[in-house]
Design a protein around this ligand. Structure first.
Ligand code: ADP
Ligand code: ADP
Length: 227
C-alpha cells in the first residue's frame, strides 16, 4: 500500500536526510518509524504526501508513483496528524474537523453530521465542538487533530509524534483508544516516534532508523501473536 524503494533525500544545503531508505506498509497496518531526532523521520513522512520531493528512489501509495500523481489528489487520500501546532487557532473545534470536507465541497449538513460523529469517535464531549483550540487540554487537542485527519475518511494516515505533547498518562489513553479505533477503521498508517515503548505499543511493524537508513525492521509482539 505504501512502499519506499531506495529513497534518498538530499536538501539543497547538501544534508542527506534520508539515505537509501526502503520499506513497505501493507494495507491496514501501522508501520512505526522510530529513531533519534534528526534521523530523517519527518522528511520521510513529508515525501509521502509530496510536501518534500525525493532526490532519487521511488515512493508508491496504493500502487501509484507519488511523483506522477497530482499533489492535491494525492493529499485527499492522506490524513496528516502532527504534534501541537496542527490546529487552526481561530477556528472552533467543529470548523477544524470540517476543514477537509469543506475543501472537498461537501454540503453543510453532511459536514455537520460527520463532525458530530467524529467528535464522539475520538472520545470528546459534544459541547467541546464549539470551543477554540486554546480552550482545550493537550490531550483534547490531539483528539481534535486525529478527528480532523479522519474527516474525509482517507485510506492513509501519516502520524508524526501525534501523542508527543501530552503527559504519559494521557498518552497511554490516547494510544489505547486510537488502537481500538484503528481496529475498526483499518487505515494504512506510518507513525513516527522517538519513543521505543510507543513504537512497540502502536506498531504492527517497526523500522528502526539511523542516519537516514533502516537499521532493522521487526514485527511487534502484537503482530507475531496475531498470526
Ligand atoms: P527527524 O524527523 O527524524 O528528527 P528530520 O527529517 O526532521 O529528522 O531531519 C533529518 C535531517 O535533515 C536532519 O539532519 C535535519 O537537520 C536535516 N533537515 C531537515 N530539514 C532540512 C532542510 N529544510 N534543509 C536542510 N536540512 C534539513
Ligand atoms: P492538560 O493538562 O491536559 O494540558 P489543561 O490544564 O490545559 O489540561 O486543561 C484542563 C481542563 O481545562 C480541560 O478539560 C480543558 O478543556 C479545560 N480548559 C483549559 N483551558 C481552558 C479555557 N481557556 N477555557 C475553558 N476551559 C479550558
Amino acid at each position: 500500500m505504501i512502499t519506499f524503494e531506495q529513497v534518498v533525500k538530499r536538501y539543497p544545503d547538501g544534508t542527506v536526510a534520508v539515505d537509501d531508505l526502503s520499506f513497505e506498509v501493507p494495507e491496514g497496518e501501522i508501520l512505526v518509524l522510530v529513531g533519534p531526532s534528526g534521523c530523517g523521520k519527518t522528511t520521510s513522512m513529508r515525501m509521502i504526501n509530496r510536501m518534500i520531493e525525493p532526490t532519487s528512489g521511488l515512493i508508491r501509495v496504493d500502487g501509484r508513483d507519488v511523483m506522477a500523481t497530482d499533489p492535491a489528489e494525492l493529499r485527499r487520500g492522506i490524513g496528516y496528524v502532527i504534534q501541537q501546532i496542527g490546529l487552526f487557532p481561530h477556528r472552533s473545534v467543529a470548523d477544524n474537523i470540517g476543514t477537509v470536507p469543506r475543501l472537498l465541497g461537501w454540503q453543510q449538513d453532511r459536514t455537520d453530521e460527520r463532525v458530530e460523529e467524529l467528535v464522539e469517535v475520538v472520545g470528546l464531549r459534544a459541547e467541546l465542538a464549539e470551543r477554540y483550540p486554546h480552550q482545550l487540554s493537550g490531550g483534547q487537542r490531539q483528539r481534535v487533530g486525529v478527528a480532523r485527519a479522519l474527516a474525509a475518511d482517507p485510506p492513509v494516515l501519516l502520524m508524526d509524534e501525534p501523542f508527543g505533547a501530552v503527559d504519559p498518562i494521557v498518552r497511554g489513553h490516547l494510544q489505547e483508544e486510537f488502537l481500538r479505533l484503528q481496529a475498526e477503521v483499518r487505515k494504512t498508517i506510518v507513525f513516527v516516534t522517538h519513543d521505543i515503548d510507543e513504537a512497540i505499543v502502536m506498531g504492527d511493524r517497526i523500522a528502526i532508523l539511523a542516519e537516514g537508513g533502516v537499521l532493522q525492521q521487526l514485527d511487534t509482539p502484537v503482530k507475531i501473536l496475531a498470526r
